[in-house]
Ligand binder design. Structure first.
Ligand code: GLN
Length: 192
């Protein structure tokens, strides 16, 4: 499996380390030609406005939209924002996933937190029973899941933090910053 990680800004290096630990080939994507031959793409956390601006400058917007029609893409945090159709403000978005996202929904950097999540699909796919420990850093929430998109996980208060639409995946949190590889395994199963 060859998985690209959009390497314009943010914590792409951590995703590559995790992919390689699972035996997949993880490669940095900075130009449209780097998408050739990939089985899937991860868009990392960082700052969604910066990722959008750089993707526009590097003429990646249309190639990424085209790639996402037929390949798995997973956006973590800022990547989930960039993947979405609606963030209630103007910034470059891929608009691939039919979700509405609210940026910085938990407050500022100091309001970052961790939480245990119960994710049935993840447990089933990896044949495990323990909860998923998730890291939220100035995280967005998924306000609405529309069309064919479905909820994968909610916090105890009901706020949506993970969603899936076919081969597209969005998480508010950062699986690449933990030692739990289950989310990356789940994504590899979508990409294969
Ligand atoms: N707050 C960032 C944004 O709105 C996302 C933060 C992150 O990716 N950890 O783009």
């Amino acid at each position: 499996m060859k998985i690209g990680v959009l390497a314009l800004q943010g914590d792409f290096a951590e995703h590559i380390v995790m992919l390689r630990s699972l035996g997949a080939q993880g490669v940095e994507v900075r130009l449209p030609a780097h998408l050739d031959g990939l089985d899937g793409l991860i868009i990392p956390g960082g700052e969604s406005t910066t990722i959008g601006k750089l993707a526009t400058d590097f003429q990646l917007m249309e190639p990424l939209r085209e790639f996402g029609k037929s390949h798995a893409i997973w956006g973590t945090c800022a990547g989930a924002i960039f993947l979405s159709k609606d963030v209630s403000r103007r910034q470059p978005l891929l608009g691939l996933m039919d979700i509405k996202v609210a940026r910085n929904a938990f407050g500022r950097q100091v309001d970052s937190f961790e939480a245990d999540l119960d994710i049935a699909e993840l447990k089933q796919a990896t044949d495990t029973t323990h909860p998923y420990h998730a890291v939220f850093i100035r995280a967005p929430i998924i306000e609405e899941v529309r069309g064919n998109a479905k909820v994968l996980s909610k916090l105890e208060d009901g706020r949506i933090v993970a969603a899936q639409e076919g081969h597209l995946l969005a998480t508010s949190f950062h699986p690449e910053l933990t030692n739990d590889t289950r989310f990356h395994e789940y994504f590899l199963s979508l990409a294969s």
